[in-house]
Ligand binder design. Structure first.
Ligand SMILES: NC(=O)c1ccc[n+]([C@@H]2O[C@H](COP(=O)([O-])OP(=O)(O)OC[C@H]3O[C@@H](n4cnc5c(N)ncnc54)[C@H](OP(=O)(O)O)[C@@H]3O)[C@@H](O)[C@H]2O)c1
Length: 254
């Protein structure tokens, strides 16, 4: 048997929401293993900081600002990728938003539209663009960062949870449609991770204690603990893995 290969040399990888948190850890990890990373979020300045970190570790990265809820910006992003690289091997749909914390009965149309635009419409049209490009070079790998909330909705996070459930369904639907084009599509479902996104929980000792009590490993995760699964999913090691959901939650869903 050949040694399992996690090497990503010569691969072009696009990571959305790469300016901090889980997306930053994923981008650094993919670059550590040889991928050229295209770092995407709305704010180029923050992405430049991550690009510098990657460069200081000997990796390759470039910055492309894009609001993933805006289809015109997604089309512009892919036009640039085609022009500069002519290929895309890896897409990580990681950016998401959760603008509303409260009962669904009080959520207005603006909350619905913003959450669905960034968390579902964005990944859908990113996959559409990516698949068309990946097809021209023989395939690729896509990872959608969903959440344990997509399986078990969290209180006061109903709208967000619905989008994350939709992302799991989107993963399965695209996995079946794109398998013949040698494009694998998988979902990652993190539990509680210390990031800006989870600040409301991390900064409130009482809420953090309640959240941690529901996690058998009895703690939250750091972003780097999420990135290893993505490395597996985009590498040759996962050549028979598609349409699957990978839970990394310290046992919370068990
Ligand atoms: N942290 C957790 O406990 C947890 C648990 C389960 C799942 N997740 C999921 O993990 C993923 C990453 O979350 P995180 O915790 O790392 O969050 P984070 O630290 O807040 O980072 C979010 C990233 O998304 C970018 N972003 C936000 N809106 C965007 C938009 N419209 N267009 C482009 N980029 C946008 C942000 O950059 P800009 O502001 O520059 O755009 C930032 O880079 C999300 O899908 C989240 O749902 C997180």
């Amino acid at each position: 048997m050949e040694k399992i290969n996690f090497n990503l040399d010569n691969k072009i990888a696009l990571v959305t929401g790469a300016s901090r948190g889980i997306g930053e850890a994923i981008a650094i990890t993919l670059a550590d293993y040889g991928a050229h990373c295209i770092l995407v979020s709305r704010k180029a300045d923050a992405l430049e900081g991550v690009a510098s970190k990657i460069a200081s570790r000997g990796g390759k990265a470039e910055v492309m600002a894009c609001h993933v809820g805006d289809i015109k910006q997604i089309e512009g992003l892919f036009a640039k990728i085609k022009e500069r690289h002519g290929r895309l091997d890896i897409l990580i749909n990681n950016a998401a938003t959760n603008p509303y914390f409260g009962e669904m009965i009080g959520a207005d149309e603006g909350v619905w539209n913003k959450t669905f635009d960034v968390n579902l419409k964005g990944p859908f049209f990113m996959i559409q663009q990516a698949a068309k490009l990946m097809e021209t070079t023989g395939g690729g790998s896509i990872v959608n960062v969903s959440s344990v909330n997509g399986v078990k909705p969290a209180p006061f996070q109903g709208v967000y949870s619905i989008t994350k459930a939709g992302l799991i369904s989107m993963t399965q639907a695209f996995a079946k449609e794109l398998a013949g084009k040698k494009i694998r599509v998988n979902a990652l479902l993190p539990g509680l991770v210390a990031t800006h996104f989870s600040k409301a929980i991390m900064d409130n000792e009482a809420i953090h204690d309640i959240a941690v009590k529901m996690i058998p490993l009895n703690r939250h995760a750091e972003p780097r603990e999420i990135a290893g699964v993505v490395l597996y999913l985009v590498s040759d090691a996962a050549s028979f893995t598609t349409g699957a959901s990978f839970v990394v939650d310290g046992g919370a869903l068990a």
